[in-house]
Design a protein around this ligand. Structure first.
Ligand code: COA
Length: 146
């Protein structure tokens, strides 16, 4: 895992931009830099090769996973599961009580992965994601530590 404090922002931003996914609109460098410089935010890369990343933020005793992407070319190799496990360890170390996230109701792969990590569906947000020609609902999923 690369820690944001000890690494170069340009390097991290280049990797962030190189990880391809159809639905992720990338932040500009200023927004990215502002995000990773805040202490309560988390940006971690997949290991050993940086082919994916996970962004999260901690508010009080709760973590929210903001985005989580493995580059299309490197999926189905266990890299996503390993990266998710990393953030679960970080959450436990930071003593958060729960982690939550939103995921498209159509994203069976991610939903499977979260369920295997003991996340539960706790709600649904209507029309949460905008796709080219339509809106898609999101499930809210939550993992409780307590
Ligand atoms: C979701 C994502 C991060 C998973 O990364 P990955 O490296 O491909 O996942 P892994 O290889 O570690 O697989 C972990 C689990 O995901 C699920 N999974 C992976 N590929 C799958 C597939 N083709 N069909 C169904 N489930 C699948 C399985 O539960 C799998 O566990 P298993 O290996 O024990 O069967 C990746 O598909 C991705 O980047 N998708 C686009 C972005 C996205 O949807 N992010 C989540 C938004 S909330």
């Amino acid at each position: 895992m690369l820690k944001r404090k000890n690494t170069n922002i340009n390097f991290l931003y280049d990797i962030y931009c190189s990880v391809k996914d159809n639905n992720e609109k990338k932040w500009g460098k200023a927004e990215f830099t502002e995000f990773i410089q805040k202490k309560h935010n988390i940006f971690i890369l997949s290991e050993p090769n940086p082919v994916g990343y996970l962004k999260a933020t901690i508010t009080k005793d709760q973590m929210e996973i903001i985005s989580f992407i493995i580059d299309k070319k490197f999926r189905k190799k266990g890299i996503g599961k390993a990266l998710l496990n990393k953030v679960l360890v970080i959450a436990a170390n930071k003593k958060v009580n729960s982690i939550f996230l939103e995921v498209s109701v159509e994203n069976k792969i991610a939903i499977n992965l979260y369920k295997k990590s003991n996340f539960l569906k706790v709600g649904e947000r209507k029309n949460y994601y905008s796709r080219k020609d339509r809106k898609v609902n999101a499930y809210i999923m939550k993992l409780n530590f307590s």
